[in-house]
Write a protein that binds this ligand. Structure first.
Ligand code: NAD
Ligand code: IPM
Ligand code: MN
Length: 351
């Protein structure tokens, strides 16, 4: 029995998470997976009502009582500062020390890529995004705010320990999954200090993995090559901010944010799984959001918990559903969020 904390969050979060939960119930029946799901109402509504984003003791409770966390999205136009989302999402990533943001970029059907002539075999890589430091450290400040002389600083932090553990995780993943190449993206031609640390650590770690090709690219060039030649990537490792941007680009080449899954992982500890997309306010409440990103995220979570076969079966069902055109409108279909979720559930077969 595994215990899962479910945090649907804001906007389309609850709509897509409801479908991911249906899929989890289906694999409970079909695959004998045993889960206990406990829902939490953390998000904008509660923040606006009670002023509480991440309740006191929440992180300790998650670590003590749960095996994994499944979250939707956080962000609401009524909270323009985005402070609740920062407290909840970045609070869990940092507070639980979830240093790996694992974001697969995998084409599920040829029809979904906007790139001419690209196939499923060509677009299949994983991004290891550093998830606890970099530009997300919140360091910086204002001087003379609101005056013509205003100064705003925004710093980034790169620790040797932080860089080393994400680079090592990328190489270790490559070794375990038979990947040939790890590509590290930075902007070390401009960001001379942080970039220098990443370069040195990357070379040191790469030396421990002789069978894997270690390649470096500047992140701007990588953005271009992801579009022109996505087949060259196997495993990509990069910092927090570049990883955020590159994984939306990665989603774009495989059908959009509606299909992109992600895990925030600290191996061996309670880890957080959430789709790459946000709360998409313009889509919220309309029943049009694509649940595939959330459903594949639930599959990633199952794999993390050791239910590999159930995870593979969900992925197979999703591919079949896309091939049959039983999708929401972002993928060219006409189904609602719930109908698309049900179409996937129906295709999940037992062991
Ligand atoms: P977004 O990912 O919410 O949406 C961008 C666009 O992508 C949408 O307008 C829609 O066209 C498409 N899209 C996203 N998810 C989709 C889905 N499931 N099905 C179909 N189409 C989908 O990004 P945004 O508009 O830049 O941000 C909206 C809010 O979400 C902001 O408050 C932002 O901070 C937040 N956000 C949260 C997370 C998170 O919680 N992990 C991630 C990204 C953005
Ligand atoms: C993501 C999101 C978050 C990020 C935001 C909402 C803080 O864009 O998960 O990709 O920048 O990491
Ligand atoms: Mn993002």
């Amino acid at each position: 029995m595994k215990r899962i904390a479910v945090i649907p969050g804001d906007g389309i979060g609850p709509e897509v998470i409801a479908q991911a939960v249906e899929v989890l119930h289906r694999v409970e029946q079909a695959h004998g997976v045993r889960l206990e799901l406990v829902h939490f109402d953390w998000g904008a509504d509660r923040f606006l009502r009670e002023g509480v984003a991440l309740p006191d003791g929440a992180l300790q409770m998650l670590e003590r009582d749960f095996d994994a966390i499944l979250a939707g999205a956080f962000g609401d136009p009524r909270v323009p500062s985005n402070e609740h989302a920062e407290q909840i999402l970045l609070g869990m990533r940092r507070g639980l020390d979830l240093y790996i943001n694992l974001r697969p970029v995998r084409l599920l059907h040829e029809r979904l890529t906007p790139l001419k002539g690209r196939t499923e075999a060509e677009i299949d890589f994983v991004v290891f995004r550093e998830n606890t430091e970099g530009a997300y450290c919140g360091a910086g400040g204002f001087l003379k705010r609101g005056t013509p002389e205003e100064i705003a600083t925004q710093e980034e932090i790169n620790t040797r320990r932080g860089v080393e553990r994400i680079v090592a995780a990328a190489f270790e993943h490559a070794r375990r999954h038979g990947r040939q190449r790890v590509t590290m993206a930075d902007k070390s031609n401009v960001q001379r200090f942080g970039g220098d640390l990443w370069q040195r650590v990357f070379r040191e770690v790469a030396a421990r993995y002789e069978e894997i090709e270690a390649e470096h690219q500047y992140v701007d060039a990588m953005a271009m090559f992801m579009v022109l030649d996505p087949g060259r990537y196997d495993v990509v490792v990069t910092n927090n901010l570049f990883g955020d941007i590159l994984t939306d680009l990665g989603a774009g080449i495989v059908g959009g944010l509606g299909v992109a899954a992600s895990g925030n992982i600290h191996p061996g500890r309670v880890s957080l799984f959430e789709p790459v997309h946000g709360s998409a306010p313009p889509l919220a409440g309309k029943g049009v959001a694509n649940p595939i990103g959330a459903i594949l995220t639930a599959a990633m979570m199952l794999e993390y918990l050791g239910f590999d076969r159930a995870a593979r079966e969900i992925e197979r069902a999703v591919r079949e559903q896309i091939a049959a055109g039983e999708t929401t409108r972002d993928l060219g279909g006409s189904l609602s969020t719930a109908e698309a979720g049900r179409a996937i559930c129906r295709r999940i077969v037992g062991r």
